[in-house]
Design a protein around this ligand. Structure first.
Ligand SMILES: *Cc1c(COP(=O)(O)O)cnc(C)c1O
Length: 378
């Protein structure tokens, strides 16, 4: 079989972009006309919509998801001498933000069926210097936030959600972002809610934190002082959300639930059709409804399987090839083995997953995966 025009890409955003193109063009015309490129009504409007969607009092738009994490940690007073517990199998930005804040990451292992942290794996990494826990809603699925929030309360730790992959996901019927003291989102183009460039947000119901974040994203500028334009009271940075991106995000937010439902159907196709003897799809927890950001399986001989899928025109990804505690900038913070994270890393394979992927394409991916594994293991 040749690839030909039978290609199935790992990710294709043309469908979602086509749906919002007219609305974005109209919104962008207005911004160009008024020249309010940074901040302004479009940003305030999206912030209000996003907070309401997540079930929090506030949302603060920032430049990207990494800044959302970094600014929240600093805004919560976490810095030198403090430790923050984080899963080792996350996108590097979660760990990077901790180090940028001046704190030390402590790496947690995960459950082998969901690849998510649990209250127990987090607790195992806590020390007397720990100030916060950052569960990551990996691949779009929330871990047991009831148990994790209870643990945080018992130990007196702050809870910050890394919800960068989990727009619209729920745990026990409550949306990602509404459990932690604060939660951080990325709107990188490939995320479930993606801008036409970089963007991010923090959601929280902590008014004091919001006040700090509004200032910190804008060079620590005093927000309310009469002549505050050049009054800088805290150490900030430049991490504002631009208006053109806010227009895109508002347009896409109206369709997010529908797109997530489409991803859920595709995940169900994979769950039904992939032979469990060939590959193990990451499990869903009872009580969780994911955003189905990525469809990840664990498979033997991963690189060979991946190359064979590519030869048949099927694109895949790897999330993530290396656990963070083994990466050069963070290895000094590793403190022992993390058996599940380490054993799974070489077996992870992300299958095509995006809202406009056809059901028949997902069926073909599952069938070809089954056939290729059967062939390689013979
Ligand atoms: C994408 C992502 C981030 C970082 O977001 P950026 O907008 O790329 O800075 C952080 N954490 C996780 C889990 C992510 O997937």
């Amino acid at each position: 079989m040749t690839a030909g025009d039978n290609q199935i890409p790992f990710l294709d955003l043309t469908g979602v972009n086509r749906e919002v193109a007219d609305e974005v063009r109209t919104g962008w015309d207005e911004i160009v006309r008024t020249a309010r490129f940074v901040g302004g009504d479009a940003v305030t409007r999206f912030e209000a919509e996003w907070a309401q969607y997540c079930g929090t009092e506030y949302a603060v738009g920032v430049a990207n998801g990494t800044d959302a994490l970094h600014l929240v940690l600093r805004g919560l007073g976490i810095g030198p001498g403090d430790e923050v517990v984080v899963p080792a199998n996350t996108f590097v930005a979660t760990v990077e933000a901790i180090v940028l804040a001046g704190a030390v990451p402590r790496f947690a292992d995960v459950d082998e069926r969901t690849l998510l942290v649990t209250a127990d794996t987090l607790k195992a990494a806590v020390t007397p210097a720990t100030k916060a826990l950052i569960p990551v809603h990996l691949y779009g699925q929330m871990p047991d936030l009831t148990a994790i929030a209870t643990l945080a309360d018992e130990l007196g730790l702050m809870l910050v959600e890394d919800a960068a992959q989990a727009h619209g996901a729920t745990w026990d019927g409550r949306r990602a972002g509404s459990f932690g003291r604060a939660a951080c989102f990325s709107f990188y183009p490939g995320k479930n809610l993606g801008a036409f460039g970089d963007a991010g947000a923090v959601v929280t119901s902590d008014a004091r934190l919001v006040e700090l974040l509004l200032s910190m994203r804008d060079h620590g500028r005093a927000q309310n002082a009469v002549d505050g334009h050049f009054q800088h009271d805290v150490l900030g940075t430049n991490s504002r959300l631009d208006a053109l991106q806010a227009v895109v995000l508002s347009a896409k937010l109206k369709r997010l639930d529908e797109w997530n439902a489409s991803r859920r159907r595709l995940r169900a196709v994979y769950a039904e059709r992939i032979d469990p003897a060939a590959a193990t799809l990451v499990d869903e927890l009872e009580g969780s409804a994911g955003s189905y950001h990525l469809a990840v399986v664990q498979v033997d001989d991963r690189d060979r399987v991946r190359a064979d899928l590519a030869a048949e025109g099927i694109g895949t990804g790897i999330h993530y090839a290396a656990p963070c505690h083994l990466m050069a900038p963070y290895a000094e913070h590793a403190s022992g083995e993390l058996p599940v994270v380490e054993a799974s890393a070489g077996r992870l394979l992300s299958l095509p997953m995006f809202p406009h992927l056809g059901t028949q394409d997902a069926e073909r991916v599952a069938d070809r995966l089954n056939a290729i594994v059967a062939r390689t293991s013979r």
